[in-house]
Design a protein around this ligand. Sequence first.
Ligand SMILES: C[S@@+](CC[C@H](N)C(=O)[O-])C[C@H]1O[C@@H](n2cnc3c(N)ncnc32)[C@H](O)[C@@H]1O
Length: 198
Amino acid sequence: MKLDEARRDYYRKRAREEGYESRAAYKLLEAIKKYRLIKPGDRVIDLGAAPGGWLQVASKAVGSTGIVVGVDLSPIHLEMENTHTLKMDITDPKLSETVKELIKRPADVLLSDLSPKISGAWDLDQYRQIDLTITSITIGDTLLRVGGNAMFKCFQGERFSEAEKEARQRYNFVAIMKPHASRNESSEMYLLCLGRRP
Ligand SMILES: C[S@@+](CC[C@H](N)C(=O)[O-])C[C@H]1O[C@@H](n2cnc3c(N)ncnc32)[C@H](O)[C@@H]1O
């Protein structure tokens, strides 16, 4: 078995044992540990949240005084006291208003693990994924507080630098992260962004 497959299987098995909906949970856990991305009491928005691994991690990280809102085209079958889920397209013009009603004040953290349906045509998939990421970065302009943190998935490729530029214009600190739970052969990376600028 190749090392990459072994690592994927390890995180899948661990997610099953620890009750996480997806092995993606370990990517967010690593970011929280490394960058203190989420703190107790935070309000967190999670775009592209199904099936819900990140929601479970965020819900635990914010605790009973925090609020988490997960948005996805697909339904999310999870119930946690501090968490709301919305079956919605992130490009829906009603998104901001709907989320604001739930969190009452600007969010402290914005998460985006969005991925389009993979067509197999690499250029097209990367183009679409970066479009989703840039949309999430701009959603932060209206929903994330000044000083807030964010984490955005990006497919590597021609348009990666576009997304990186948009992030660097808005945050005091931006790091590129390849989480341990992400397969080496997968082209996904994450932009870790701390301190949204005014
Ligand atoms: C890799 S999955 C997210 C996994 C999730 N972070 C977890 O921990 O379980 C990507 C998600 O993005 C969602 N998605 C793609 N385009 C979307 C859009 N326009 N609006 C909302 N969700 C979208 C997909 O439905 C899919 O569930």
